[in-house]
Design a protein around this ligand. Structure first.
Ligand code: ATP
Length: 495
């Protein structure tokens, strides 16, 4: 390796980082609930914290054919020869994934013992000294990625190193045109294997990890921009999740607020008034209750601000299209991204997390599958209805026009979920049917809180962590009712 672009650092794999409380909680609830057999067998694999290999899937589960395995072998050899010195540090054992911008491999960290891992060991509840092998994930970023994009990803990961439930960067290096980021290996199960069978109690665990990752990311004024199941590595056996892939992440710069829309600069304020972030924000419109600031589109459009530009559109418009960051994955893009809002906020990640929840609750994945942004807006319109889409567009200084008659009405997100999964409220053989119904109602409300079309009304990650679906004690429930009352108050139009 000729150029180290970041220092080698101490680490311990995230798989050992599992929060013991969530782990015990997930395990006890999963089994107590008399679960779907498929899910029970997923979580039943004994997790031996001291012997990673014992809990690895056996080769029988490897469905790859000979040709694929040969290709993988070739790929590993090619990587080892094109990055001089790599094999002295890491022994690549498998391929974990492949995306648009990179390939990710599982490797044994051969030199783990030569580094001081105490810092990370402090964050663990499991001693790491007893491990015979320590696995890492090597993300080989394709040469077609621009240097600025690579630096952006690495810098953001470096900045978020101490954030819980966020993939952290151990080191990164460059060998000629090859850039490799090294992360702890996070053991996980493919979302498609559990989204239809995961019980509500374990779903809470999933969203606690995801929301706590997003809270840290947003507190650092970063928008992830690509929240989706493939980027949240969740292990149902331990109840531990890790948000990865900061390849599209963008800094939220309040000082560069363009002000072309009708929504105000948000505050990432904690509910109940404990301000804790946005070091750089100079002018903040505070809203009660931890919502991103602002009222409803209709109330705001009547406010003193007035539209910055004329409303409406030219029929034969020859002007170039509006440019805005629309990075993300289809089906997970928030309405403001689809509408090319130029002042996008961290609320866009909350929308994507809400879509993941809809997949769980409706047992449908992918939820949306449009080929382009216009089609994606139409998909939203079929749920939310024309009027609310028009209001949402207006908020971003856009006009929504559609002559499809079936989108006139619109429904609540809860009704949409229940339409797709009519049996959702039925506790079935759940040992505590009332508890199930309460959790199910709260899960629907959690989805509603994530999926406000109006980005200013979407709850923050910090607020969502205190939503009763995730909150577990009375105090938090009381706080929620207080929070709800404040929200009602804030969003009721004043005449
Ligand atoms: N730390 C890790 N531990 C285990 N697996 C990982 C880790 N990081 C990434 N992966 C696996 O590799 C896949 C691709 O990683 P990543 O999303 O970072 O790459 P990408 O090229 O940006 O992908 P995409 O274009 O799909 O967003 C992930 O979906 C995951 O399955």
């Amino acid at each position: 390796m000729d150029t180290a672009i970041m220092q080698q650092g101490p680490f311990a794999p995230a798989v050992w980082e599992s929060d013991q409380r969530s782990q015990q909680w997930a395990a006890s609830h999963s089994h107590a609930d008399g679960l779907d057999g498929q899910y029970a067998s997923l979580v039943a694999v004994e997790f031996d914290a001291h012997n990673e290999e014992a809990s690895e899937p056996s080769s029988e589960m490897d469905t790859r054919d000979e040709e694929e395995l040969e290709r993988l072998e070739w790929e590993i050899r090619e990587m080892e020869t094109s990055i001089e010195g790599l094999d002295a540090h890491y022994k690549i054992v498998d391929k974990l994934g492949e995306g648009t911008f990179s390939s990710v491999y599982k490797a044994v960290d051969l030199q783990h013992a030569y580094y001081d891992n105490d810092h990370w060991a402090l964050r663990q509840e499991t001693a790491i000294g007893t491990r015979s092998k320590v696995y890492v994930a090597l993300k080989r970023i394709y040469v077609t990625s621009s240097p600025s994009r690579i630096v952006n990803e690495l810098e953001i990961m470096e900045e978020l190193r101490d954030a819980e439930h966020v993939a952290y960067l151990i080191t990164a290096f460059r060998a000629r045109d090859q850039v490799v980021a090294v992360m702890p290996y996070s053991r996980h199960t493919d979302f498609r294997d559990f989204y239809r069978v995961m019980p509500l109690v374990d779903l809470k665990c999933y969203f606690r990890c995801l929301m706590s990752a997003l809270r840290s990311v947003h507190e650092a004024n970063v928008m992830h921009r690509d929240v989706k199941p493939a980027n949240f590595l969740y292990d149902p056996r331990t109840g531990h999740g890790t948000l990865c892939d900061f390849g599209l992440a963008e800094r939220f710069e309040p000082n560069e607020w363009r002000g072309k829309c009708h929504h105000t600069l948000p505050t990432l304020e904690h509910p109940h008034g404990k301000t804790e972030i946005n070091r750089n924000v100079q002018s903040i419109h505070f809203s009660p209750g931890g919502m991103l600031a602002g009222g409803s589109a209709s109330s705001r459009s009547k406010a003193a601000m007035g539209p910055p530009e004329r409303v409406g559109y030219l029929k034969n418009d020859t002007r170039p299209g509006v440019r805005a960051n629309r990075a993300g994955t289809r089906g997970f893009r928030a309405p403001e991204v689809l509408l090319k809002c130029q002042d996008q906020t961290p609320a866009l990640d909350i929308w994507s997390a809400g879509i993941i929840l809809v997949a769980f609750l409706s047992k449908r994945f992918p939820v949306f599958n449009a080929n382009d942004d216009t089609e994606a807006l139409l998909e939203l319109a079929t749920i939310f209805g024309k009027k609310r889409m028009e209001q949402c567009a207006l908020l971003h200084n856009r006009t929504f026009q559609c002559n499809v008659p079936t989108i006139e009405g619109g429904k609540r997100i809860n009704d949409f979920i229940l339409q797709l999964n009519p049996g959702f409220m039925d506790p079935g053989s759940h040992p505590d049917p009332d508890r199930y119904r309460l959790d199910a109602t709260r899960a629907l409300d959690f989805a509603r809180a994530c999926l406000h079309l109006d980005c200013t009304r979407r709850w923050t990650a910090a607020a969502l962590l205190e939503h009763p679906f995730l909150a577990s004690d009375e105090g938090q429930e009381e706080a929620f009712h207080h929070h709800e009352a404040e929200m009602q108050d804030a969003t009721t139009p004043r005449h």
